[in-house]
Design a protein around this ligand. Sequence first.
Ligand SMILES: Cc1cc2nc3c(=O)[nH]c(=O)nc-3n(C[C@H](O)[C@H](O)[C@H](O)COP(=O)(O)OP(=O)(O)OC[C@H]3O[C@@H](n4cnc5c(N)ncnc54)[C@H](O)[C@@H]3O)c2cc1C
Length: 401
Amino acid sequence: MAGGTRDYDVAVLGAGLVGLALAASLARAGMRVAIVDRSSVDASNVSVASASSTDEDWDARVYAVSPGSVAFLNDIGAWQRMRANRLSPIESMDVRGDAGGRLTFSAHELGERALAWIVENRELHAALIASVRDTPGIDMLAPRTPASIAWGAGAAELRFDGGDALSTRLIVGADGVRSWTRAQAGMHQDPRPYSQTAIVANFASELANRGRAFQWFLSDGGVLAWLPLPGRRISMVWSAPELLADELLALDGAALAERVALAGARALGALTTITASTSFPLSLLRLPSVIAQRLALVGDAAHGVHPLAGQGVNLGFGDAAALCSILAARGAVRDPGSSLLLQRYARRRLEPVLAMQGVTDGLVRLFGSRSPWIGALRNRGMSLVGTLGPVKRLLAQPALR
Ligand SMILES: Cc1cc2nc3c(=O)[nH]c(=O)nc-3n(C[C@H](O)[C@H](O)[C@H](O)COP(=O)(O)OP(=O)(O)OC[C@H]3O[C@@H](n4cnc5c(N)ncnc54)[C@H](O)[C@@H]3O)c2cc1C
């Protein structure tokens, strides 16, 4: 690019999980793609599936990847690269309310091998980087700092710090919840904080998890989730009110393990901390539109959801799969940045994203309410749903796909 401006069909800004997956899928569909990140993008940075990553070295950042996302990751040659001994299927799920409500799901009763697969961030990231590197037609531009975008009628020009530039028919903002790309298009919407912080850490457990995930809706409005890792290990996501989160983060490993075991009624016996805790602020992001002239937003740049349903990155992979299939099938419309195609993308993603935000945000509000009436209703409702097979199936389908 040093010798002048390069032309692309699509420039993806942000090489997180969603941007990488999108770049790989677009290039496989024959498009010329640039992927840009302000940080360096190197599998060794995320210390992957390599000899340096020992069996006892577990990433505290994990995702529950849905069967629908697994199929997409398989299509772009990423899932096959994951090490089998680092994957853990969720075979059943046990969800408890704060006053006796209970709901269980099992993969078997829904006709699935797994409700989701628990994967470590660094394993998935590395698999996607390898997939991008092995796919012809992608230029990885990282670390590079984008400086400005000029949105032209026939193309957009992305200029970098240092003065060089690229020209592209379509810019995709995949640069996370505080998207720089979104702001460049004049879409100045801030995420709405949930006043909760997610604390994540991994533990060894006294009892085997047998592929079970647990989730507790707690009386303070927080949500505690235990996700199965291979062997006698679990990964915890505790979405806690801010004061409690500060308290949990200040505990040493042994005290945190005891506190977490107690909050989960010792469902897996005693716990021992195996990775230090770390935290993520939680917010909701709802945009009036995920497209603009020569721009489409994907992943956290397009929407923010509470992690209680473990669906953020799954929604992002859904965006990537939808955008790629629309651009790949554009036929006579040669221009991948045409507003016709972008509107088709926005329409296709509207319903699944709104539905997931509605469910997750609704549950946060429902369990955040202090009213004793609502408290009794939500627990009774939960147990009732548990007895109605078809309703349960209906609830589980969007999360699976
Ligand atoms: C505690 C917690 C648990 C979660 N659990 C789950 C789960 O179980 N399942 C699930 O599906 N989801 C889960 N999520 C959500 C998931 O983490 C996110 O949805 C997902 O990581 C978003 O990926 P992304 O690629 O869109 O964005 P990001 O991961 O934020 O990546 C953005 C990329 O853009 C780059 N970038 C940023 N700014 C610029 C710029 N100006 N120029 C160039 N590059 C830039 C960054 O360097 C980064 O590489 C969870 C979230 C939290 C907080």
